[in-house]
Design a protein around this ligand. Sequence first.
Ligand SMILES: Nc1ncnc2c1ncn2[C@@H]1O[C@H](COP(=O)(O)OP(=O)(O)OP(=O)(O)O)[C@@H](O)[C@H]1O
Ligand SMILES: [Mg+2]
Length: 362
Amino acid sequence: MAKVELRNVTKIFGKTIAVNKVSFKVSDGEFFVLLGPSGCGKTTTLRIIAGLEDPDEGEVLIDDKVVNDIPPNKRDIAMVFQNYALYPHMTVYKNLAFPLENMGLSKSEIDKRVKEVAKMLYIDHLLDRKPAQLSGGEQQRVALGRALVRRPKVFLMDEPLSNLDAKLRVYMRAELKRMQKELGITTIYVTHDQAEAMTMADRIAVMNKGRIMQIGKPHELYMKPANLFVAGFIGSPPMNFFDASFVVKDNKYILDAGSFKLYLPSDIGEIIAKQYEKGELVVGIRPEHIDITDKKEENTIEAEVYVVEPLGAETVIDAKVDKYIFKILVKGMINYNIGDKIYLKPQIKYIHVFKKSGEAIV
Ligand SMILES: Nc1ncnc2c1ncn2[C@@H]1O[C@H](COP(=O)(O)OP(=O)(O)OP(=O)(O)O)[C@@H](O)[C@H]1O
Ligand SMILES: [Mg+2]
């Protein structure tokens, strides 16, 4: 059981600021996800927590104690790497038992723990095989098992599902989440996959270029993204954006995009009026918050069907509006032809408005 905290951690490699003043607190038993695009500093952050990398600035605390000077093997942390490696000449049983033998546990205690973990990960029928005789997904589970048997205080996982096929990945997401909750081990999990982060995390820290962009529960990041980066990174298909200016006319609050206008309810309008500094705004609306109608009315946007992407249970319509392609997510199978004229009706209460600098207003 452990808490983990980073205070203003910075790591520089030559000219690259890999991690830039990163701070966060992970509570005991929490499933905390670091989410961000390739190269944003996720692995470096994990390696600093594990003690495999020294920060240039800042502190790492475990249970309120600074551990900067404590070597990796004394931190009681287990890490599963992006490219896990099993011992090829050892059986699965031996791979799992090995870390425990190093800890000096008795044979019977080792046997008990290995079998417990193997059962939990559904690899108990594979204990006599060698890694080369396992599928990729089975190998990945053995790698997880090898970290788990030690019952560390903290579990660090770097994209542990990246080598699995789509179906097994979705299955393992659920298994890992259940296992983490069952064991209650504080976990910091790295991924660039927003769906994985959303489905698994208690809280997510979104990173970009070494910095934390926002920390929150999955639904907070989805409903109230703090900036354009988070708004565009969370959600699939991603949020639609367009430029607009804000106009107050005859006591009406209007977002004017040039070729169309949206009238805002007064509560939203007043918030924008208070924070608005002259200049362009960026407006965002998620694909699932746009309805399609066949007639022009207030707050509809005229559009032309650009392409239709059926997904089975849902359909994504790509519609051309001015210089933009909007994505609209609708339930069921919908048939449109390319070039059909449609009207988009954004659900105004779900609209997001950002300053050009990226900061969210509403
Ligand atoms: N040992 C190193 N020497 C020099 N630069 C490094 C080193 N390790 C990482 N970097 C750089 O630091 C930045 C962050 O790298 P990091 O591996 O932490 O990213 P990441 O978020 O894990 O990316 P990915 O999703 O691709 O694994 C990158 O620009 C990377 O090139
Ligand atoms: Mg990485």
